[in-house]
Design a protein around this ligand. Structure first.
Ligand code: HEM
Length: 536
C-alpha cells in the first residue's frame, strides 16, 4: 500500500514538474524572451513599438492595414508606401530606418539601409537563412528552390539554372509570341475594331500560367495545364486562410476549406507523377533517353534524377536501380515540389509586373507613345517580335525597371540570423528575423533623389548604377545567391507581351479604375486593373 502511495506521489510530482516546466517554457516564449530581446536591442539604440503579451504588435499592424486599405490613392500618384507598408511608414518616422517590430512573439528587425541589406543578402549571406512561409502557403509554394536551404538547395539550383539561361529562353520566343498573339487577337475581337474595357490582371495571370507551363512541361503542356488549374484553385484556399495564420493549428481544423485544400494537393501530386511516369517510358534501362525531344525544365530534372543514387525512389519509377550512377542529384518527390515552386513563384509575380506596367503606361501617355514608337520602329505593326527585336527595345526595358522599382511584386524579403552576430555595429541575436522592405528602399529619396516617388523611366537610361546612390538599392528580384532564377523569363515575356499590346492598341485607365496598390502575398491592385483599350 505504502509502495503504491509512493508511486502515486512520484507520478503527481512528475506531472506537476512537467506542467510547471511547460508553463515556464510558454511564459518564456510569450513574455520573458520578448522582453529580454527588447532590452537587448534598446541598449544598442534600436527601438520600436512596445511588445504586447502574446500578440506583439499584431493589433496595431492590422489597424494600420485596415485604415490604409480604406482609402485609394489619387490617380498617377505613386507614393504607395503609406498604403502598402503603413507600419513601416509610421514607425520609421518615430524610430528610424532600423527598428524592431513584433509579429506575435516573433521579433523582426526592419532593415532598409542598402549597405546592411548588401551585407545580409550578399557579403555574409551564409549567416542568414530563409524564413518558412505559413503552412498553407508552404504547401502551395512546394519544397522547392524558394524554400530549400543548404546543400540540397545548391544541387537543385545547379540543375535548374540552365533552363533559365537567356539562350534557352530565347528559343521560346515564338511559343510565347503565339500565346500573346491569341490574347491580343481576343481583345481585338472583343473590341469590335473600336474599344474595349478589360481587367488586365486576370488575363495576364492566364498568359503567364501558359508560358511557365511551356517552360516547365514542354511537350506535356496539355497535362501540365491541368495541374496549373488545380494549383490555381488551391491558391484561392491558401489566400483565404492567409489572414488566419495567427490561429494556432488552424490548418488542422476539419473544416471544408482545409479538406478541399488537402484533396487538391493530393490531386496535383498524382497528376504530376503520371506525367513523370509517362516520360520515364522514353528511357531505357541504362537511363538513356530513346526518344528525341527538346529539353524542358521537367526533362532536365528527370535526367538529373536518373543519375540519382536514391535507388528506392528510382525503382518505384521503374528504372533499374542497379544502373543508377552514384552522384546524388534529385528525386521524384523533389521534382513534384519543384514543379509547384515554379508555378507559385513565376505566375503571379510576372502577371503583377505586366499589370503595373500597363497601369503606369495608361497613367503616363507620353511614355506610352515613346514605347510604341520604339516598338513600331523595331518590330513593325503586326509581326510577332523576334528575340532580335526584343533586344532592341531599350525604352521598354527602362519602363519595366521603373515599374519594378515603384511597384515591386515582392514588397519585402525575410531572413533569420543563424547565430549571434554583429551587423552595422549592433549585436543581432540568433534566430532574430530580419525584414528587408524592398518597397521602402525603392521609394527612398535619399537613394533615388527627390523624384523618388515619380514615374521617370529615364532615370535608368544609363543603367542602375547611375539611377541610384547604391547599386544594390534596386532589388525587385532579390540579391546574391538566392536572387530570382526566373528573372530573365519574367523580363522577356513581359517585354514581348507589352510590345504586342502596344502594336495593336492605345490605352487609358478605365473610369472605374481605383488606384489602390495592396499586398496579400504580392503587390496587386486592390480593385483590379480595368483599362480601356482603343484599336489603332
Ligand atoms: C516579375 C517577376 C518576378 C519577381 C518580381 C520575382 C521576385 C523574386 C524575388 C524577390 C526572389 C528572392 C526571394 C528571396 O531572396 O527571399 C525570387 C526568387 C525566386 N524566384 Fe522569382 N520573381 C519573378 C519571376 C519568377 C519566375 C518567372 C520564376 C520561375 C518560373 C521565378 C522563380 C523563382 C525561384 C525558383 C526563386 C528562388 C530562387 C532561389 O532561392 O534559389 N520567379 N523571385
Amino acid at each position: 500500500m505504502e509502495r503504491e502511495s509512493m508511486l502515486w506521489f512520484f507520478l503527481v510530482c512528475v506531472i506537476i514538474y512537467m506542467v510547471f516546466y511547460f508553463l515556464m517554457r510558454a511564459g518564456d516564449y510569450i513574455w520573458w524572451r520578448p522582453k529580454r530581446i527588447e532590452v537587448h536591442f534598446s541598449k544598442q539604440g534600436i527601438r520600436g513599438p512596445k511588445y504586447h503579451f502574446l500578440l506583439g504588435n499584431t493589433k496595431e499592424l492590422l489597424g494600420f492595414m485596415v485604415k490604409a486599405a480604406s482609402q485609394s490613392l489619387p490617380l498617377s500618384h505613386h507614393t504607395s508606401l503609406p498604403r502598402v507598408l503603413p507600419f513601416y511608414h509610421q514607425w520609421q518616422k518615430l524610430y528610424g530606418r532600423t527598428f524592431l517590430v513584433w509579429f506575435g512573439p516573433t521579433a523582426r528587425l526592419t532593415v532598409s539601409d542598402p549597405i546592411l541589406i548588401k551585407d545580409i543578402l550578399i557579403n555574409r549571406s551564409e549567416l542568414f537563412e530563409k524564413v518558412e512561409s505559413p503552412p498553407h502557403v508552404r504547401k502551395l509554394e512546394g519544397d522547392g528552390l524558394v524554400t530549400l536551404q543548404g546543400e540540397k538547395w545548391a544541387h537543385h539550383r545547379k540543375i535548374i539554372t540552365p533552363s533559365f539561361y537567356m539562350d534557352n529562353l530565347e528559343l521560346m520566343v515564338p511559343i510565347m509570341g503565339k500565346s500573346m498573339r491569341k490574347m491580343v487577337d481576343d481583345w481585338f475581337k472583343m473590341s469590335k475594331g473600336s474599344k474595349i474595357e478589360i481587367d488586365v490582371s486576370r488575363w495576364f495571370q492566364e498568359l503567364t500560367e501558359e508560358i511557365i507551363t511551356h517552360t516547365f512541361f514542354g511537350r506535356s503542356y496539355e497535362e501540365g495545364k491541368k495541374i496549373f488549374e488545380l494549383h490555381s484553385r488551391n491558391m484561392i484556399y491558401a489566400i483565404g486562410s492567409y489572414n488566419k495564420i495567427i490561429i494556432p493549428g488552424y490548418r488542422f481544423l476539419p473544416i471544408k476549406q482545409n479538406r478541399q485544400f488537402r484533396k487538391l494537393d493530393r490531386e496535383i501530386g498524382t497528376s504530376l507523377k503520371k506525367i513523370i511516369d509517362h516520360r520515364l517510358k522514353d528511357y531505357n534501362n541504362s537511363g538513356v533517353r530513346s526518344a528525341k525531344y527538346p529539353n524542358d525544365l521537367l526533362e532536365l530534372m528527370i535526367q538529373a534524377s536518373i543519375k540519382s543514387e536514391h535507388t528506392k525512389e528510382m525503382s518505384t519509377w521503374g528504372v533499374s536501380a542497379s544502373q543508377s550512377p552514384s552522384a546524388f542529384f534529385i528525386t521524384a518527390s523533389d521534382i513534384i515540389e519543384e514543379c509547384k515552386t515554379m508555378l507559385f513563384a513565376g505566375k503571379y509575380t510576372t502577371s503583377s509586373l505586366m499589370t503595373w506596367t500597363i497601369v503606369l503606361l495608361a497613367m503616363h501617355p507620353q511614355w506610352q507613345e515613346l514605347a510604341r514608337e520604339e516598338v513600331l520602329r523595331n518590330c513593325g505593326d503586326h509581326d510577332i517580335p523576334t528575340k532580335g527585336h526584343v533586344a532592341k527595345l531599350k525604352t521598354l526595358s527602362m519602363i519595366l525597371k521603373e515599374s519594378l522599382r515603384l511597384y515591386p511584386p515582392a514588397v519585402a524579403l525575410l531572413r533569420r540570423a543563424k547565430c549571434d552576430m554583429e551587423l552595422g555595429g549592433c549585436t543581432i541575436l540568433r534566430r532574430t528575423e530580419l525584414m528587408l522592405p524592398i518597397l521602402a528602399v525603392h521609394h527612398a529619396p535619399v537613394i533615388w533623389g527627390q523624384d523618388a516617388t515619380e514615374f521617370n523611366p529615364a532615370r535608368f537610361s544609363r543603367g542602375v548604377s547611375h539611377a541610384a546612390k547604391h547599386l544594390t538599392a534596386f532589388m525587385p528580384f532579390g540579391l546574391g545567391a538566392r536572387r530570382c532564377i526566373g528573372e530573365n523569363l519574367a523580363m522577356l515575356q513581359t517585354k514581348l507581351a507589352i510590345a504586342m499590346i502596344l502594336q495593336q492598341f492605345s490605352f487609358v485607365l478605365a473610369p472605374s479604375y481605383q488606384h489602390a496598390p495592396t499586398v496579400v502575398m504580392l503587390l496587386d491592385p486592390q480593385y483590379g486593373a480595368p483599362i480601356t483599350f482603343h484599336t489603332l
